[in-house]
Design a protein around this ligand. Structure first.
Ligand code: COA
Length: 174
């Protein structure tokens, strides 16, 4: 049976305008989208999972038919548990393709009832990534064109709380 809802998993560390672009376009295809903050064992995170969930909830609070959850297991298990038949992934550049192809293939093996739906990231945002946002903010660059204002504020606060006051890069002086 066709799925009316979808999961949108990712590490969202932090959520960017690129993610929101994919979310909004997904909402024109699916009645309901659950954003799933999920673990990625190969990444060192800036924000704790619960901080990311809280931040995304704040950012999407004006949207209907969206919720935000954290899940620490396999996305395909979560999809089975929630009886969801589709997983959304954003594709930015050719460099994303191989990793996404492998992950979609593994996920298909894990749960053949779930389809991965790929959406091309809008052209004005294809170069944005969470790690680039973190790096730009760390060195004092302006991240406000690429993330919601509340995210920009939280990223700066988080970096300030982590950097010792006697060893801060130029952008982190207050
Ligand atoms: N606009 C801007 N940036 C985007 C984007 C978009 N539309 N879509 C993705 N990105 C960026 C992200 O910011 C992220 O940047 P980063 O690498 O600098 O952090 C990067 O692209 C990867 O995107 P993301 O969607 O966060 O994927 P991920 O690789 O971090 O996460 C999971 C992948 C969490 C979905 C995956 O590891 C997972 O499902 N984990 C749970 C366990 C599991 O089921 N594994 C799969 C089977 S083994």
């Amino acid at each position: 049976m066709p799925s009316s809802s979808a999961l949108y998993p990712g590490s969202f560390d932090p959520v960017t305008n690129g993610h929101l672009d994919i979310l909004d376009r997904s909402l024109s295809l699916f009645k309901h989208v659950t954003i799933v903050v999920a673990g990625n064992t190969s990444k060192n995170a800036l924000f704790l999972p619960e901080e990311r969930v809280e931040l995304i909830r704040e950012v999407v609070s004006d949207r209907k038919n969206v919720d935000v959850e954290y899940y620490s297991g396999l996305i395909m298990e979560y999809a089975a548990e929630k009886k969801v038949g589709a997983v959304i992934r954003g594709l930015r550049a050719a460099s994303d393709f191989e990793y996404e192809f492998m992950m979609a293939s593994m996920n298909k093996n894990l749960n053949s009832n779930v389809e991965t739906v790929f959406m091309m990231t809008s052209q004005n945002l294809f170069f944005v990534s969470s790690s680039m946002i973190r790096e730009l903010a760390y060195y004092g660059g302006d991240i406000t064109p690429y993330v919601p204002s509340v995210v920009a504020k939280k990223v700066k606060e988080k970096l300030l709380s982590l950097a010792p006051s006697n060893n801060r890069p130029g952008g982190l002086h207050v």
